[in-house]
Design a protein around this ligand. Sequence first.
Ligand SMILES: [Zn+2]
Length: 98
Amino acid sequence: MKLDRVKLFNNKPYIIINGKYGQERQFGKIIICKFCGQKTFAPSFRIKNGSAKFCSPQCSGKAFAGDKSPIWKGGKGIRSNGYIEITIPKNHPLRLKG
Ligand SMILES: [Zn+2]
């Protein structure tokens, strides 16, 4: 979440999101991305569920690239010719039949 969208109310940082009833305030905290070190806004629901660690899905993806993701059990490797090789698990829905 980019910091240029963050505003302050009583010293609490928040962003405006498009919610059910129009624009709503989403309070949260300024955190430091564990991957790139950038300051970023984390909404409070993400702090509560423990997922507020990174500034972007890209950073969390890079941090968890490989094997630690509970969803993605495949692997990634760079071949000698420079192509990135992605291993898809046998039972993964993305794997083509045949
Ligand atoms: Zn980051």
